[in-house]
Design a protein around this ligand. Structure first.
Ligand code: AMP
Length: 476
């Protein structure tokens, strides 16, 4: 169904076309008519599928369809999102799609001056995109009036719960009108999100795009076993081939991100780091510079990078295997967005094998490790054997996987730690928990590899002791 026939107001259709979209994505086709019809929805879609427009467009449509004088100065839509970058990104999307409308919108997030936000709020904002902490702060100061909110969107609900925002969200929801539409978007649907949905929604329509957990189809995944001590060397080796143009590197720690960034800069590779120790303006500048191509590389931690939407990221590199399997899906989803292709490379040292296995179970696929012919390995990493105690600590000075998230969780949940490193609580288990070989596996050589010269070329395979085909099977 083209945008024109979805029941969207004319200025909005023009705004969409001016943005360059010709047809709705699957999530948009499913969600937009349902939201226009007034339904609550739970939308579970993989990252990069066009979720933002799926909730922004019907909100704008509703605002456009209300008589002019009734529009003024009322906050009619509230979008709650986990990170500052997402709040900014969503607000930009609203401005983009609504460029032919007369709109008052604002992004509210911490790390920036609250007095300025308060001043803007006094003018009356029709749509607010906010992070939970700053929003509550402004509510407590009496600067936000949410009594007229008609649509609430919880974006990246799974992440907000992981980040310990559940109590903040409950407080915010309590002050909203009971009669409202609630749209819940989440990349995954753990039990916590389902429970939240049950308490805040009315007969929601469930929309599931693609298979849960699975990295989107357009991403080619590579696993490079490498001794921990040689990771930086391997990174520089990959860059020396000159085949990676716009690269997002993930580091588990902030210090690690800074270290990688400095090393790349020393090697004349323009890189910038983004993590929670950087100020909001530094983060926005970094993101902007990366978007504009000023930096070829952005090095990020998970918290800072969630939901970041930058066009044309050719490669995601996991310098560290993420401690949480879900993070792997989110990380690599930064490439291959909106049906573009992309490569995701994960460095795996011996002490990270267990975390890799958790990812295999989570996405239900078996990775095929690749060895680079032209790289001088100091020692072999055997990804078929794991060391005792693996997955509990990273190989970097004992920092725990996802430690910053864990600290936050502890603080908000009265000191209760999550049960296990690498496993989120209440995450639905996949089948028997055993990696399942998939039918319809993609061949190692994808159309992406044909199009883009990737470091994978010249890669050789580890031989698998069992002799079984351990190829990178992409699930559907
Ligand atoms: P999102 O999942 O909302 O972060 O969107 C991922 C990417 O898809 C963004 O770069 C959007 O600009 C792009 N996008 C969203 N909707 C469409 C569409 N209908 N056609 C083409 N690109 C789109």
């Amino acid at each position: 169904m083209p945008f024109k026939t979805m029941g969207l107001a004319d200025p909005l259709v023009q705004g969409i076309l001016a943005t360059g979209y010709t047809a709705p994505t699957e999530i948009q086709s499913e969600a937009i008519p349902a939201v226009i019809a007034g339904k609550d929805i739970i939308a579970c879609a993989q990252t990069g599928t066009g979720k933002t427009a799926a909730f922004v467009l019907p909100i704008l449509n509703r605002i456009e369809n209300v008589p002019q004088k009734a529009k003024k100065k009322k906050t009619r839509a509230l979008i709650v999102t986990p990170t500052r970058e997402l709040a900014v990104q969503i607000e930009k999307a609203i401005q983009g799609y609504g460029r032919f409308m007369d709109l008052k919108t604002i992004a509210l997030y911490g790390g920036s001056r609250i007095d300025i936000q308060m001043r803007h709020l006094r003018k009356g904002m029709e749509i607010i995109a906010a992070t939970p902490g700053r929003l509550l702060d402004l509510i407590n100061r009496g600067s936000v009036n949410l009594s007229m909110v008609e649509i609430l969107v919880l974006d990246e609900a799974d992440r907000m719960l992981d980040m310990g925002f559940i109590e903040d969200i409950k407080k915010i929801i309590k002050i909203l009108p009971v009669k409202r539409q609630t749209l819940l978007f989440s990349a995954t649907m753990p039990a916590g999100v389902k429970k939240l949905a049950q308490t805040i929604q009315k007969s929601p329509k469930t929309i599931q795009i693609g298979r849960q957990h699975n990295p989107i189809e357009t991403i080619t995944q590579h696993i490079y076993p490498v001794p921990h001590i040689q990771k930086m060397e391997m990174l520089l080796h990959l860059f020396s081939k000159g085949e990676m143009y716009s690269v997002l590197i993930f580091s588990r720690t902030k210090r690690g991100a800074d270290r990688i960034c400095k090393r790349l800069n020393r090697g004349n590779i323009e890189a910038v780091a983004i993590h929670s120790d950087r100020t909001q303006s530094q983060r926005l500048r970094a993101l902007d510079g990366f978007r504009r191509g000023q930096y070829r590389v952005m090095v990020a931690t998970d918290i800072a990078a969630r939901g970041i939407n930058v066009e044309g990221i050719s490669h995601v590199i996991n310098f560290d295997v993420p401690g949480y399997a879900e993070d792997y899906v989110h990380r690599i989803g930064r490439t291959g967005r909106a049906e573009a292709t992309g490569d995701a490379i994960t460095f795996v040292s011996q002490d990270e094998v267990l975390n890799l296995k958790k990812i295999e179970r989570f996405i239900e696929c078996k990775f095929k490790p690749e060895l680079l012919d032209d790289f001088n390995y100091n020692q072999k990493v055997d990804i078929h054997s794991s060391l005792p105690g693996q997955g509990k600590k990273s190989g970097r000075g004992g920092s725990k996987p996802g430690s910053s998230q864990r600290r936050r969780f502890k603080a908000k949940q009265g000191g209760k730690p999550k049960p296990k490193a690498g496993a989120r609580p209440a995450k639905p288990k996949s089948g028997t928990g055993k990696p399942k070989p998939k039918t319809g596996a993609r061949k190692a050589k994808s159309k992406t590899s044909a199009k883009k010269a990737r470091p994978k070329s010249g890669a050789k395979r580890w031989s698998n002791k069992s002799g079984k085909n351990a190829s990178r099977n992409k699930s559907k």
